[in-house]
Ligand binder design. Sequence first.
Ligand code: HEM
Length: 218
Amino acid sequence: MDIDRRMLPYRGITPVAYLAGLVALILMLVWLLHYREGLEYDSDNPYRVFNVHPFLMLFGLVYIAGHAIMAYKMVPGSHNVQKFVHMLQNLVAICLGIIGICAVFKFHDMLKIEDMYSLHSWIGISTICLFCFQWVFGFVTFMFPRASTHTRVRARPWHAALGRALLYMAICAALTGLMEKATLLKQNNQASQRELHLVNFTGLSILLFGIFVDLSVA
Ligand code: HEM
């Protein structure tokens, strides 16, 4: 049956997802570059090293991973092209996520802070581990060596459902991370009301991005 693509609901929703994602990224950069010390992985200033973490986690595991979810709707070309772009975007997301996690481990090393004490860090590490599992599972099943048609048909809804769950997990991690950092800054009187509002708006745009990505493929 032919479907008129203009009737599909995602047409109106996807641009909102794009916009929310872009706003979240810009707000995050304004926060880190204007209110905080900026970001640099190889710096002697531990806070510049730390700041690489929130940026790369948001850019990789939320923004790019969100775009990977929308690839089948938005990338022009055949199904195989869309599949390849989807796989590549998720690979880039994982690489950025791993560098982002290394940055926060390095920051903890520099300040002799213990690792993995918070709920945020537990949600975060579970997300990246599951993300890697999902990528390997997806690659082996749908790309190479590729499972039988029967297995692929059975696996597809599970793969899609876990992908959407992972986006929400990454968003949970990002929001708890922002909250943890903002609470710390507030307790130590290191942030103005303006800065805290900026962090809140960043969190809300991240959440909106996730919801609109989800709606656009629902
Ligand atoms: C997808 C998003 C994110 C993931 C998967 C993630 C993951 C992690 C992990 C695994 C740790 C533990 C590192 C260690 O114990 O040495 C951590 C630490 C931390 N993250 Fe994130 N993070 C994310 C986003 C963010 C964001 C947006 C912020 C905002 C500032 C943030 C703030 C922090 C802070 C303050 C710590 C150090 C304290 C702690 O271990 O809880 N994170 N993160």
